[in-house]
Write a protein of this length. Structure first.
Length: 313
């Protein structure tokens, strides 16, 4: 049996990556629209209703419109936008978080693919909150280093332009989101069960992809004052046996962390460093892999009963 998939918004960075991944697999028939029809509501409605799975790679408003267009169909929806990540009735597509999350992915009709920065923060914070090692009312801070591919086609073109000066402001890492109201914060709070959002500071580097999201902890502010090694053990136990989420040996695989280490994979690796008084936990992954298109394909595999790793190894 071939499953019919429609990617609404396949011209964007995430959509193209998903399309390329699925085009290599014989289990899928990919519906496409001609250029002049790709924003036509009637054509999109027809394609969504004809598909077994519709993957939305759109801005928030357009994603909400697509969900409305799907009304009356049995089509299962994966939304990669921010629009539905904390919406009632939507599964949150991070199956490694718990058996409940995995079951919701498998059975759900509507699934929200996590945000890239959010994936890193939630992967490390949610288990520690669940274990009581971080209280729900903790005052957390987080910084996240990412490559420029997360900014989409326009930003990629800017950084890779042949006309880019030999020395320009693009050479240096760039802090952004200075309003401290990043669009991923609601899902960080909701999924982790926090009382307040972390102080979140994203940083853009002059490299195409790869992400390192880090939370800094003062151990004497945590219940029971756990050491960094105890935090490492808790995360190692939590993710034991998972395919795509793992925990490095305490202190990391090497004495430095390169944010592009896992580019081209769907892996997310947690690195715990520190001592009795202070701890850092870093989530290392590909912002276009486990942080976007890879996560979408992984969730779709689970929804349709394929091996979780299909098309991702």
């Amino acid at each position: 049996m071939a499953w019919t998939v429609f990617i609404d918004g396949k011209e964007g960075t995430t959509g193209l990556r998903i399309f390329d991944r699925l085009a290599e697999r014989g289990e899928f028939s990919l519906l496409t629209l001609p250029e002049e029809k790709r924003k036509d509501a009637d054509a999109r409605r027809e394609a969504i209703h004809a598909a077994d799975i519709a993957i939305l790679c759109l801005p928030d408003a357009a994603a909400r419109e697509s969900v409305a267009l799907a009304e009356g169909s049995n089509t299962r929806i994966l939304d990669t936008s921010t629009a539905h990540r904390v919406a009632p009735g939507w599964a949150y597509g991070f199956p490694e978080l718990s058996k409940k999350h995995r079951a919701a992915v498998v059975s759900g009709q509507y699934l929200a693919v996590p945000g890239c920065h959010a994936s890193g923060f939630i992967a490390l914070a949610a288990p520690l909150v669940a274990a009581g090692l971080i209280p729900a009312d903790a005052l957390l801070s987080c910084f996240s280093l990412t490559g420029y591919s997360g900014g989409g086609k326009k930003m990629i073109a800017e950084y890779e332009s042949a006309d880019r000066p030999a020395h320009s402001k693009l050479d240096a890492p760039k802090s952004y989101g200075l309003s401290l109201a990043h669009k991923h914060l609601p899902e960080m709070v909701h999924v982790c069960g926090l009382a307040a959002p972390p102080v979140f500071h994203p940083i853009l580097g002059d490299y195409i992809q790869g992400m390192a999201t880090t939370v800094l902890l003062r151990n004497d502010t945590l219940p029971g004052r756990p050491t960094a090694q105890e935090i490492h053990q808790a995360l190692s136990s939590y993710y034991a046996g998972q395919t795509f989420v793992s925990v490095a040996p305490f202190g990391g695989d090497e004495p430095v962390i390169y944010s592009d280490t896992l580019v081209g994979t769907n892996q997310l690796r947690l690195i715990v460093c520190g001592h009795e008084a202070q701890t850092t936990v870093t989530a290392l992954f590909d912002n276009l892999g486990k942080g976007a298109s890879g996560a979408a394909v992984q969730n779709m595999n689970l929804m349709l009963g394929f091996a979780e790793t299909a098309g991702l190894e």
